[in-house]
Design a protein around this ligand. Structure first.
Ligand code: SF4
Ligand code: SF4
Length: 244
C-alpha cells in the first residue's frame, strides 16, 4: 500500500498523500517513523474524544505535531452525535447565550485546534450545510470564555452513561450472527432519556428477523473494526436483559 501511493506520486498521478488513522498513538508513531514522507494524517478529533483513551485524539494529534504533519480532522461532530447531544450538554450550550447550534460548537472547537489542512463534516441536508458555512465564515478560534463552555460540555459527557456509538455500521457487515449492534445500542441510549420509553418493545422491533444480543459468539470481529473502540461484546452481554 505504502509503495503503491509513492509510485502513483512519482508518476504524477497524485500530488499529495497521507493516511487516515483510527488506532493507538504507539502505532501512529511507528508509522510516521517508517513513512516520513507522508504529507498529512487524518484523525478523529472532537471535544468528546479529545481525552477519550479509546480514541486518543489529543495524543495522536500531538504525535502529528512532533512529526511536523498537518492534520485533516474527521468526525468533528462525532458522526452526528454532537449535533444532537444529551440534554445536559444542550443545556450548557443554551446557557452560554451564544445562540450557536450544538454542531457549530463542535466544529468551532475542532477548527480552532491549529495546524490543520481541513475539517471534514458530513452533512445530510441544506440546513446543516448552511449552518456549517455560517460557522466557518470569518472563523475565529474559541476564546477562553467559550473554551470554558466546552469544558462544561465535556464534564457533562463524562458523567453520562450512554454508549458512545456513532452508528457508523462498520461493525455490522462482518458480524456472523447478523446482530444489529448500533440499533441495539440506540435502544439502550433512548431508554435513558425517557421514563416512558418501552425498551423491550423497541428491542424486539430492531432485532426482529436478525441476530439478538444473546446470539453473540464473541468472535471479536466487531471490536476489531469499531473506530470508537467500544467493548461491544461486553456491552451486548449487558443488553441481554432486554430479551423477554
Ligand atoms: S463479537 Fe458478537 S457482535 Fe461482534 S461480530 Fe462477533 S458475533 Fe457479532
Ligand atoms: S463500529 Fe462501533 S461506533 Fe460504529 S456502529 Fe459499530 S459499535 Fe457503533
Amino acid at each position: 500500500m505504502w509503495d503503491y501511493v509513492k509510485e502513483l506520486k512519482e508518476k504524477g498521478l497524485i500530488r499529495h498523500w497521507g493516511f487516515s488513522f483510527h488506532a493507538d498513538p504507539e502505532l501512529l508513531e511507528e508509522l510516521l517513523i517508517a513513512h516520513p514522507d507522508a504529507e498529512f494524517v487524518q484523525l478523529q478529533i472532537n471535544y468528546a474524544d479529545w481525552e477519550n483513551p479509546g480514541v486518543a485524539s489529543r495524543r495522536n494529534y500531538e504525535i502529528c505535531q512532533a512529526h511536523g504533519k498537518p492534520v485533516v480532522i474527521m468526525e468533528p461532530v462525532k458522526g452526528g452525535v454532537l449535533a444532537d447531544p444529551i440534554p445536559e450538554v444542550k443545556e450548557v450550550f443554551a446557557q452560554s447565550g451564544k445562540g450557536w447550534s450544538c454542531a457549530s460548537w463542535a466544529l468551532r472547537y475542532a477548527a480552532g485546534i491549529g495546524n490543520l489542512l481541513a475539517v471534514l463534516s458530513g452533512m445530510s441536508d441544506l440546513s446543516q450545510m448552511d449552518d456549517n458555512l455560517r460557522t466557518m465564515q470569518g472563523f475565529a478560534p474559541l476564546n477562553a470564555e467559550e473554551q470554558a463552555v466546552i469544558q462544561k460540555a465535556q464534564e457533562a459527557l463524562n458523567n453520562d452513561k450512554s454508549i458512545p456509538c456513532t452508528a457508523c455500521h462498520y461493525c455490522t457487515e462482518g458480524c456472523p450472527m447478523g446482530i444489529p449492534i448500533p440499533e441495539i445500542f440506540n435502544v439502550v441510549n433512548r431508554k435513558r432519556g425517557s421514563a416512558a420509553f418501552r425498551t423491550v418493545r423497541e428491542y424486539n422491533i430492531v432485532t426482529q428477523g436478525k441476530g439478538r444480543a444473546s446470539d453473540c459468539v464473541a468472535c471479536g470481529q466487531c471490536e476489531s473494526v469499531c473506530p470508537q473502540h467500544l467493548p461491544i461484546i461486553r456491552l451486548l452481554q449487558d443488553c441481554r436483559t432486554l430479551e423477554q
